[in-house]
Design a protein around this ligand. Structure first.
Ligand code: CTP
Length: 474
């Protein structure tokens, strides 16, 4: 006797789909993420996947004709799917199919199939749960692979032999790792082995889809779970070799450096507790990538990573380009965070002077708070005394930032004297002297020699002009 899961179908839209399916005399089921998330208690997602044992497109059109306002049906003929939006729902319709894949492509050869064929071709048992919508099967769960058991046991398992499922669509290797991270599930051992064995097949997946999954892992509460799995299966090597290069501890003459890969993962987990900003989380992931190419051992001082922030920020561009990530202000933000990532630390280790704080605010601008968040996440010492000390240092830096900013307004620094004014004062045409004077004014403000105000800057300009042998015109 099948159990009835009518609670998941409480919204009238499901009755409507069922009636439309009855009229067309095809069976229809809700399947995939919607059902999975219901059983996981993750609330009700806005996306509903419907599978029809017949034409998904015809069913979509019939459903639309029965709904208030008759929503538009978007048909994707090539995929044999159709989609409509209704009262906040996004409903996707597909005909049940049987798929067979070729080795060099994600594009399958598709034939019509039964519900079971369709469930077989899905990625994981927890995503293959289907609930009937027609009157004669309304609320019946069809769970041929014990997906519900896997939901309770928190297991990611494939309906078919894992190597078939992953080889058919290698994106699923990343989906497995992403679901394991998002849901706090284990990947079944056979599956994990199949991922390792098929890892090279990731090369047929588009960069955009890969990055989509990485973003989702980065946005989980504990991204290290996913990155550890990516590392263990060696997929990370294909996606972010810069991180793999950080792994390992070298020892020379009894001196060791920390393992920057595992350190990075801790930093990412730390920052995930502090922010939902995707790009700040990416900055945490990449903040040390310059350490692999800059690592050196010096007999006197031990291990150094001189200039790793600068090298790292340059690597960010190449990495974004390779992964077809946006080369826009998001990338610039990540570069900036990487470039400045050590500044607050250096600052907090010394006496925190006003001028050092002003320079930091000037360089970080609007992103100063994010930079401080990154630096706090960067504290991974296991020594509670040291941890308290570092956090206290950063607290002092933060307080000083607030105080200096209140007084000097450096954050969105606008030169108090414009180039126009300099030209006018000394009767100059555009020339390098203008740049020299502007720069000198900025330096004087950052050094605290003059306040960030027009009159003081004007005075300073006159002195500087005189030094340069310029004559005052007015
Ligand atoms: N699916 C699959 N293989 C894929 C992608 C999707 O078998 N590579 C199937 C799964 O049954 C999945 C359904 O298609 O549940 C819908 O896919 P999608 O909307 O991408 O994912 P969801 O499972 O709904 O989850 P999320 O929205 O978190 O990605």
């Amino acid at each position: 006797m099948e159990e009835l899961y009518t609670k998941v179908l409480s919204d009238p839209i499901f009755k409507c789909i069922g009636q439309a399916a009855d009229e067309l005399q095809v069976d229809a089921y809700v399947i995939g993420g919607f059902v999975r998330d219901f059983f996981l208690g993750r609330g009700t997602p806005k996306d509903i996947d419907i599978v029809a044992v017949g034409s998904g497109i015809t069913l979509a059109k019939k459903v639309a004709s029965k709904l208030k306002g008759q929503p538009r049906v978007k048909v994707f003929k090539n995929f044999g799917t159709a989609m409509l939006k209704y009262q906040g729902w996004e409903v996707e319709f597909v005909g049940a199919r049987k798929e067979s894949y070729q080795r060099d492509s994600r594009k399958p050869i598709v034939e019509n199939g039964t519900l079971e064929d369709d469930q077989n071709r899905r990625d994981f048992t927890i995503n293959a749960l289907a609930i009937g919508l027609n009157a004669h099967i309304f609320g019946e769960l069809l769970d041929p692979f014990n997906g519900l058991k896997d939901v309770s046991a928190k297991i990611i398992r494939t309906p078919l032999e894992p190597s078939i499922t992953y080889s058919d669509d290698p994106l699923r290797m990343l989906r497995a790792i992403r679901f394991a991270t998002q849901l706090n599930f284990e990947i079944e051992l056979r599956s994990l082995q199949a991922i390792s064995a098929n890892k090279d097949r990731i090369s047929i997946i588009s960069k955009e889809r890969i990055v989509d999954e990485i973003h989702k892992i980065v946005m989980t509460p504990k991204p290290s779970v996913g990155f550890r799995l990516l590392h263990e299966t060696d997929l990370l090597h294909f996606i972010l070799p810069e991180l793999v290069a950080l792994q390992g501890i070298e020892e020379i003459e009894g001196q060791r450096h920390k393992d920057n890969f595992w350190h990075t993962l801790e930093v990412v987990d730390n920052i995930a507790r502090a922010t939902d900003n995707l790009w700040l989380r990416w900055a945490a992931l990449l903040h040390d990538i310059g350490k692999a190419p800059t690592k050196k051992f010096h007999k006197k001082i031990g291990w150094t990573f001189h200039g790793h922030e600068f090298v790292g920020s340059k690597m960010v561009y190449k990495l974004f380009k390779r992964l077809r990530m946006p080369l826009n202000e998001k990338m610039k933000f990540v570069q900036k965070m990487v470039l400045l990532s050590s500044r607050p630390i250096i600052l907090s280790e010394n006496h925190v002077t006003d001028s050092a704080v002003r320079r930091l605010i000037f360089d970080a601008g609007e992103d100063i708070d994010d930079l401080m968040t990154l630096c706090e996440a960067d504290i991974t010492t296991k020594n509670p005394k040291k941890q308290r000390k570092y956090l206290n240092n950063f607290r002092r830096v933060r307080e000083k930032i607030v105080a200096v900013e209140e007084r000097d307004r450096i954050r969105n620094f606008q030169p108090p004297i414009s180039g126009e004014e300099i030209m006018h004062t000394f009767n100059l045409r555009p020339s390098k002297e203008i740049g020299i004077i502007k720069d000198a004014i900025k330096e004087a403000i950052l050094e605290g020699e003059i306040p960030n105000e027009h009159d003081a800057a004007h005075e300073f300009m006159l002195i500087k002009g005189k030094e340069l042998g310029l004559k005052q015109h007015i």
